[in-house]
Design a protein around this ligand. Structure first.
Ligand SMILES: *[C@@H]1O[C@H](CO)[C@@H](O)[C@H](O)[C@H]1NC(C)=O
Ligand SMILES: *[C@@H]1O[C@H](CO)[C@@H](O)[C@H](O)[C@H]1NC(C)=O
Length: 372
């Protein structure tokens, strides 16, 4: 306190003695003892360092001060063991320079977002005194991580005729960065077909893909949508994934019947097996929903014969007799295997053509006529 940092410290006193009057000069020399520890300007120091800083970058630090003098104020510094920084202490003849931290391993915010160091100053007194400062290094994020989907391909099943607004999938990519660098927006890839954009919509913020138009199994059975995720970093980074949407059939199409009839009357003596009409059925639904069986009105002398998948012939099954029935109105019913099943009918009319198979007949074999 008396002499500050000067090494010499003495107090000059004059001692006056009475009888006889005399003046004594007294010089009191104050010797330093190590009663002051090294003191840093603050107990904690915050540094903000970008994760892209190059190796060997230097960061200045203020050193400690020690109110003592000489070796009692001769400071040595020690940095707590750590993998990222080393300490550079100026040599004695350049004491004006500050201490420096030197980066010796690249920082990565995604591995360590903060590094806490303790810098300790020790003076040269006996016993020695120490002072410490905590250095908290916050690693600043840069956009060095792209958004990542947890799968490259997502498979989704969707019923056809799903209503407008039905949720197909909620995408969720992750980005190791923080703040805007990890804020992800979702889009269809730029070359997405107008067809996909008409049928589905994507919410850029939530990543939800919803049905927007008509989903028709008979038109498209599998949709393949390419998605990109973009973070809000500058410059942004991209992630990609593919969504395969398998459309599941529902029985929304009734069978259709086409009857090709010969439109001629059938002779009543036509042999069994004569083909009367050709019938083809179609149903665009898949599997059971599209499997059609045909049936014919019961108790008629005709039957359906399957000639090929979904093709039938209407053939004569027993003998005709125009004299008892000259006209048949037949109904063909086609029914699919869906549940509930859908059906369609078509009618065929068959005229029986006469053949001269009846001789003229008299009502009575014998007539007895009385003539006067
Ligand atoms: C996305 O995934 C992360 C972890 O992977 C989770 O914390 C978050 O809740 C998910 N978000 C949604 C909307 O599913
Ligand atoms: C489906 O709903 C969205 C939003 O409610 C609307 O913009 C779109 O036109 C609808 N699509 C159809 C085909 O009605």
């Amino acid at each position: 306190e008396l002499c500050g940092r000067s090494a010499e410290c003495s107090i000059h006193l004059e001692v006056i003695v009475d009888r006889p009057l005399q003046v004594f000069h007294v010089e009191v020399e104050v010797k330093d003892i190590n009663d002051n520890p090294p003191v840093f300007p603050a107990t904690q120091k915050n540094l903000f360092i970008s994760e892209t800083r190059a190796l060997d970058s230097h960061f200045s630090l203020e050193g400690a001060s020690d109110a003592d003098v000489g070796t009692n104020a001769l400071l040595t510094y020690r940095l707590s063991p750590n993998e990222y920084f080393s300490l550079k202490v100026p040599t004695n003849d350049e004491q004006v320079k500050p201490l420096e931290l030197v980066l010796k391993k690249p920082l990565d915010r995604e591995v360590a977002s903060e590094v806490l160091l303790v810098l300790k100053a020790t003076d040269g007194g006996k016993p020695e005194l120490t002072g410490t400062v905590e250095i908290l290094i916050t690693v600043l994020d840069v956009n060095d991580n792209a958004p990542v989907f947890d799968k490259a391909v997502y498979r989704v099943k969707l019923l056809e005729n799903a209503r407008n607004g039905t949720l197909v999938i909620r995408l969720n990519a992750s980005d190791l960065d923080e703040g805007p660098n990890s804020h992800i927006l979702y889009f269809f890839e730029t070359d997405t077909s107008p067809n996909i954009e008409a049928s589905f919509r994507i919410d850029s913020d939530s990543g939800e893909i919803k049905v927007n138009g008509k989903i028709d199994f008979e038109e498209t059975k599998l949709w393949k949508i390419q998605i990109k995720a973009i973070d809000k970093g500058n410059p942004p980074m991209f992630g990609h994934c593919t969504i395969l949407i398998e459309v599941l059939d529902i029985n929304d199409n009734a069978p259709e019947l086409v009857i090709t009839s010969l439109a001629l009357a059938v002779r009543e003596d036509a042999p069994l097996g004569t083909v009367i009409a050709l019938i083809s059925v179609t149903d665009p639904d898949s599997s059971a929903n599209g499997q059609v069986t045909c049936t014919l009105t019961s108790y008629v002398p005709f039957k359906l014969v399957s000639t090929f998948k979904n093709y039938y012939s209407l053939v004569l099954d027993s003998t005709l007799d125009r004299e008892s029935i000259s006209h048949y109105e037949l109904v063909v019913t086609a029914r699919d295997g869906g549940s509930p099943s859908l059906w369609a009918t078509a009618s065929v009319s068959v005229e029986v053509a006469d053949v001269n198979d009846n001789a003229p007949a008299f009502p009575q074999p014998e007539y007895t006529v009385f003539v006067k």
